[in-house]
Design a protein around this ligand. Sequence first.
Ligand code: HEM
Ligand code: HEM
Length: 188
Amino acid sequence: MGFALSGQNITATRTMGYGVIAKLLHWSMAVLILISLCAIEFKDLFPKGALRHAVVAWHFQMGLCVLLLIGVRIAWRIRNPAPPILPSLSKIQSLMAKMAHAVLYAMMLILPVLGILARQSRGDDVEFLGHVLPAFLDEDSGLPYALKIKSIHTYLGDVLMWLIAMHVLVAIFHHMVLRDNTLRRMLP
Ligand code: HEM
Ligand code: HEM
């Protein structure tokens, strides 16, 4: 009996959770974003020169991977609704969760684009996977905006860090205090 029940539970957990692709996208992008953020936040710990340059390049490359994946992720999400949270949330709670997730998706799209523009507006090439990306701005057209773009990118990047911290705390709150399946649905 005990065996049958745990078997049922395993099936139930599997069918109630996010799908493999959604989980893969969520966790791989979470890692990419965290590496990108750590690289840029801790770059000053590295001596000026080739090493710091490489650390900053990691910020760019991880950020560009996020941009590559976010299109796939949004397209996948549109076709695959989120599994239900049990016990279910109030209307206001699920509305807040939807809004918070929409902001996270928007950030994952806007930040790398602003990052690219921040570089290109100073006349720097942006390379990804061995290719130089097309320049939407060059030094002539971009320089007057370079500082503005960089500060918007930096500001939104800082906002994203706070949002991620809240996102993680809310997930832990659901798991430990509300004791619903919010977190379990997303665990690998
Ligand atoms: C998920 C994507 C990204 C996030 C979350 C992000 C976040 C950030 C943050 C928080 C900072 C400010 C660090 C600080 O000084 O406190 C920053 C700086 C910067 N980012 Fe990004 N970024 C992303 C992608 C990119 C991409 C794709 C590029 C360019 C290819 C880029 C270019 C830059 C540049 C040029 C700076 C200024 C660096 C400096 O002051 O030395 N970012 N980014
Ligand atoms: C590192 C720790 C993280 C944990 C523990 C975590 C946990 C979770 C959980 C439990 C969910 C399901 C929430 C729900 O359905 O209401 C979720 C969804 C989501 N997470 Fe995270 N997450 C983490 C990092 C991140 C990062 C870094 C981002 C990107 C900025 C992110 C973006 C999202 C988005 C957009 C969703 C919504 C999925 C959907 O459309 O249904 N997460 N996360």
